[in-house]
Design a protein around this ligand. Structure first.
Ligand code: UDP
Length: 373
């Protein structure tokens, strides 16, 4: 079977690094990089570090609004699908690349497989939420990280097949945990002592695109106990610079700003942090796996299990709530929430089971032409 995988941003390279190896042992994979993330330290570094093969195609579609970016991806994917003739289109997560890959596949009548299906923050103002919901409803096979995700899909009556396989990022995190934990010198290279510092990431549109929210974020960073290490996402750096707030942060005592880090370096710093402060989805999950408390700079999360287990606190951009959360004792238990590190193998098995269905003739209306003339 030929699987055309569409990836485009940092967490998707990590997810694809988990699945691509086992997938290629049984099937042919055509890996397409949309170019949504193009900086080397958000893209190239992950291919080298995580052993993901170079993409077969690079579409170089970054920048622009969500709508224009998605539209350009769709236009570029259509001829690629004609040429590659895949049996399945595989997408991950919740980005514009996910939606474009899913929609292009569905419009061509190719079964779409969505890994990390069913995640919901129930906040439709988040571009990611819109991408997830739409992708799930055009997918034939919906592979979920948790039972909660599967229940969300049942509640929405999706028409595809739903399976809980566990989380593929957990596969990578568990595989590389010993290597990351062995990097005990990494905090010292930033002048930090293990267990004494906060690791911060922030890049969500809801926190950095609106100047008012960005100002609140900067105030919160100012209020956090130091030392704080902040690998700054290019989107955030650009917004801070445009709002004239980057200098203010650079001058803050005890705050170290860096470029985005590679996966291993970031994991080494994460597992030795006192706590992690973030608005990332993947980082909330990784904090839980590492047994490090997480303070989430959002009012909702799709990783609800980490909150339920007491390891993750949603504080939005409220400094008082963040400080109070940092004082909370660590919970005594940390049950396994997102699988056993074998999610990728289950994904590949599930993809194999749709092989028969995909070889059935496609409905004529989906083979060509446009809906509505
Ligand atoms: N990450 C990284 N370097 C960094 C910050 C994050 O390698 O400087 C990794 C992190 O370990 C996690 C992923 O990037 O696996 C999360 O990506 P991001 O926060 O960009 O996206 P989200 O998960 O919010 O979609």
């Amino acid at each position: 079977m030929r699987v055309l995988t569409v990836v485009g941003n940092r967490p998707q390279f990590i997810k694809a690094a988990a699945v691509s190896g086992p997938l290629r042992r049984e099937h042919e994979e055509v890996l397409v990089h949309t170019g949504q993330h193009y900086d080397d330290n958000l893209s190239a570094i992950f291919f080298g570090e995580l052993g993901l093969d170079r993409p077969d195609r690079e579409l170089e579609i970054g920048g622009g609004t969500n709508t224009s970016q998605t539209a350009r991806m769709l236009a570029a994917l259509e001829p690629l699908l004609d040429e590659a003739m895949p049996d399945v289109v595989l997408v991950y997560g919740d980005t514009n690349s996910t939606l474009a890959g899913a929609l292009a596949g569905a419009q061509r009548g190719v079964p779409v497989v969505h890994v990390e299906a069913g995640m919901r923050s129930f906040d439709r103002t988040m571009p990611e939420e819109l991408n997830r919901v739409l992708t799930d409803h055009v997918s034939e096979l919906l592979l979920c990280s948790s039972d909660v995700a599967a229940a969300n899909l049942q509640a929405e009556s999706v028409r595809g097949v739903v399976e809980v396989v566990g989380d593929v990022m957990v596969d990578v995190a568990l595989r590389l945990a010993p290597t990351a934990q062995a990097q005990t010198q990494t905090p010292a290279s930033y002048g930090l002592k293990p267990g004494s510092y906060l690791l911060l990431t922030a890049h969500r549109a809801g926190n950095v695109d609106d100047p008012g929210r960005l100002k609140e974020l900067v105030a919160l960073v100012g209020a956090l106990p130091k030392p704080v290490l902040f690998p700054v996402h290019p989107r955030t750096r650009e917004r801070l610079r445009a709002a004239g707030m980057l200098d203010e942060l650079e001058r803050l005592d005890g705050l170290t700003l860096t470029e985005p880090l590679g996966y291993l370096q970031f994991s080494a710093l994460a597992c030795q942090a006192r706590a992690i402060v973030t608005d990332s989805g993947g980082v909330q999950k990784e904090a839980y796996l590492a047994g490090v408390p997480c303070i989430t700079l959002r009012s909702t999360t799709e990783w609800v299990e980490t909150v339920g287990a007491g390891w993750n606190t949603l504080v939005d951009l409220d400094p008082e709530r963040a400080l109070a959360a940092l004082e909370q004792p660590r919970p005594s238990e940390r049950p396994s929430l997102y699988g056993d590190g074998k999610a990728a193998e289950r994904c590949v098995q599930a993809i194999g089971r749709i092989q028969l269905a995909s070889s059935a003739p496609r409905p004529a209306s989906l083979q060509s032409g446009m809906v509505g003339g």
